[in-house]
Design a binder for this molecule. Structure first.
Ligand code: ADP
Ligand code: MG
Length: 223
């Protein structure tokens, strides 16, 4: 509809603005962080540590916002989604193992080709898997399954984490909505943005104390 179109345009303008501001903030931030490091060497005071912690928080937000820098998918590549998923899992495996978590990848086909900006799709899978890891402080299993669903590739990420209470489910994906001390609340909003830009869709199902399942649909590449 007309209204949806206008909203999409607004979002893209806001996204570009956010990204360019984030870019400008990053360089001075790196410098400040470097000097703040010296302050932490003074063991008689913990102010340096507080400063460094908060700077890292800003850095997290800036890095998340930078993903919005190129809202249009203009650098498309045909890739095998199964390999992309596997490479991201390898990347996160050691982090998962520290928390006693195993990540298993399941697929019944060997190839599902999508046309995408590969770094952005990797970012989506990283964000989603990190959320699952962060939701399982006691450890457990994450199952990532990839399959064909009509004209789409379907990625399902299923965890055994803390889950999301029903009344909170509608807030998930709103910018800056986070239940974590060090969260930015930008991860899922960015995932949603990237997936929408690829013509796909993101669904989330969850049950408190049982776990969360994220379903990502991305259009298959048609020759
Ligand atoms: P952040 O991870 O910085 O908090 P996100 O946008 O990635 O931001 O996630 C927003 C919120 O959604 C999280 O703070 C958490 O409350 C909830 N959430 C997301 N993924 C999961 C999950 N797999 N299990 C439980 N809660 C989740
Ligand atoms: Mg997150």
């Amino acid at each position: 509809t007309e209204e949806q179109l206008q909203n999409a345009e607004k979002l893209s303008i806001v996204g570009q603005l956010a990204a360019s501001i984030a870019h400008e903030i990053r360089n001075p931030l790196t410098a400040i962080k470097g000097f703040a490091q010296f302050l932490t060497e003074d063991k008689s005071s913990h102010y340096g540590e507080v400063i460094l912690n908060e700077l890292e928080r800003i850095e997290g937000i800036v890095n998340d916002l930078l993903v919005l820098a190129k809202p249009e998918s203009n650098n498309l590549q045909q890739v095998n989604l199964i390999n992309v998923v596997k490479s991201v899992v390898v990347l996160l495996n050691s982090e998962a193992l520290i928390s006693n978590i195993t990540i298993d990848v399941k697929h019944d086909q060997s190839e599902l080709i999508i046309s995408c900006e590969i770094d952005k799709i990797k970012q989506v899978i990283i964000n989603v898997l990190k959320n699952s890891i962060e939701a399982m402080p006691e450890g457990g299993q994450i199952i990532v399954s990839v399959k064909k669903d009509r004209n789409f590739a379907l990625i399902r990420v299923q965890d055994e984490g803390v889950g999301i209470p029903e009344e909170r489910l509608s807030k998930i994906g709103e910018p800056f909505f986070s239940t974590k001390e060090k969260g930015t609340g930008l991860g899922l909003m960015i995932c949603n943005r990237i997936i929408k830009n690829h013509g796909g869709n993101l669904h989330i199902k969850s049950k408190e104390n049982e776990g969360t399942t994220l379903i990502i649909l991305l259009p298959l590449y048609e020759k």
